[in-house]
Design a protein around this ligand. Structure first.
Ligand code: GLA
Length: 421
């Protein structure tokens, strides 16, 4: 997996808010009248689990509401496949649609693109989804961590020509990919383009190779973001799609932290105000959270996007809840300590219960008309990037356990009355 990044401060918002842990379950429901596993500590039988997607579609009042999971090819078989078919109505390619997979460098070269695109890994996931009546979210047309170097090759001695060359490559790439997968309902046009510096004077990430390439000769490095949305808008029109059936999104992490969120919102407004015909339809909130996440700040992120106008939608794109409550310096030092010690294969019940309460509150928070898609970053705890980020350590961040059985987190989401032990 390509997932190493610096500066990710999971859950820092909760620390800043001095949250008392758990985030509250957001529920004032009475305790269950008996049964339902209330207080007994025993999970309901897996076979009695309702479909997650069907349950949420009913609760949110939207037919075919996309409830997604990020997947690799391995999820097309075995337990993951069974879970996908029962519980999910959408998929995201964890890696198969990223630029370094779709159009890598030519073998042995750092300046030439491969002669042909490599659509096959993404096709396999898309074919599976469509064959089974599921939708597909596109992730991601542009991300600094997966940008093959051929995009940026060329003579920088003539900055104007160089910039035009890079710009043309971006346009050609976006057209090729959007036209290859015409029937997906949303694209993360850009991923993680905002800086982590809270309330920054320049809201853009300046260490992106895209920003750096566009800056050659002293030009405005941030222009690549508006260009990406312009080219995506044009490519979408070229296949007869529009903002009603293919959303063009800006995706980022830590939007639940006010200072990062401010940067994201400014970039969205820059695209909205570009005046070039570039369309932007919403914000993808990754929501890689940990147990002390502040649900009020999650809601604030959704509300803030609504407040920008323009009929923007919110997508929850990469939801998971780490069972650890790491301090901020864990994500810069990436060692134990300051990261919390490994719980090992059997994390305490109290932790899984806190996770369940947080998941319940989150899915309640997502129940607003602007939130039109929710995706977890993985299917079940057998496969999660959080086993190696921010340190190598057992994590259990999803709704299904390593055997594919529903966890307390699952039951807390689908059954508002179930008592969590
Ligand atoms: C980011 C990216 C995802 C994925 C995760 C970690 O959130 O957007 O594509 O790589 O990191 O796996």
């Amino acid at each position: 997996m390509k997932l190493i990044r610096s500066g990710l401060l999971l859950g820092l918002g909760a620390l800043l808010a001095a949250c008392g842990g758990g985030g509250g379950d957001g529920s004032s429901l009475p305790p269950p009248a008996g049964g339902g596993g209330g207080g007994s500590g025993s999970l309901p039988p897996p076979a009695s689990a309702p479909s997650l997607a069907t349950t949420l579609a009913a609760r949110y009042g939207v037919v075919d509401y996309p409830v997604g999971a990020a997947i690799e090819a391995g999820s097309l078989a075995g337990t993951d496949r069974t879970l996908l078919l029962k519980h999910f109505s959408s998929i995201t390619a964890e890696n198969a649609m990223k630029p370094d997979t779709v159009w890598p460098n030519a073998p042995g070269s750092s300046t030439q693109p491969a002669p042909q695109a490599n659509f096959a890994p993404g096709d396999a996931l898309v074919d599976f989804a469509f064959a089974n009546g599921m939708e597909v979210r596109g992730h991601a047309l542009l991300w600094h961590q997966t940008a093959p170097s051929w995009f940026f090759a060329g003579d920088q001695g003539n900055p104007v020509n160089y910039r035009a060359l890079v710009q043309q490559r971006l346009r050609d790439y976006i057209f090729a990919v959007i036209q290859h997968w015409p029937n997906i309902y949303a694209w993360d046009v850009v991923n993680e383009v905002a800086t982590d510096t809270a309330n920054a004077a320049n809201p853009y990430r300046t260490d992106s190779p895209w920003y750096i390439a566009y800056s050659v000769g002293g030009a405005d490095g941030s222009q690549y973001v508006r260009d990406a949305f312009l080219f995506a808008t044009q490519a979408r029109a070229s296949i007869g799609r529009n903002d009603s059936n293919m959303k063009l999104m800006l995706n980022d992490y830590n939007t639940e932290l006010a200072g990062k969120r401010a940067n994201v919102l400014r970039i969205v407004q820059d695209v909205m105000n570009a005046g070039t015909g570039a369309d932007i339809d919403g914000v993808g909130h990754q929501f890689h959270l940990q147990l002390n996440a502040d649900v009020a700040q999650v809601t604030a992120a959704l509300v803030a996007v609504e407040g920008l106008g323009g009929n923007l939608v919110n997508h929850v794109t990469e939801l998971d809840v780490s069972i650890y409550t790491d301090p901020g310096n864990c994500f810069s030092q990436r060692s134990i300590p300051p990261c919390m010690a490994d719980y090992g294969a059997s994390p305490p019940q109290s932790v899984l219960s806190d996770q369940a309460r947080l998941y319940r509150a989150l899915f309640n928070a997502f129940n607003r008309p602007s939130v039109t898609s929710v995706t977890t970053w993985g299917v079940a705890d057998n496969h999660t990037w959080l086993n190696s980020f921010p340190v190598t350590r057992t994590n259990r961040p999803l709704l299904f356990d390593t055997a594919g059985d529903p966890k307390w987190a699952f039951w807390a989401v689908v059954d508002p009355n179930i008592a969590i032990p």
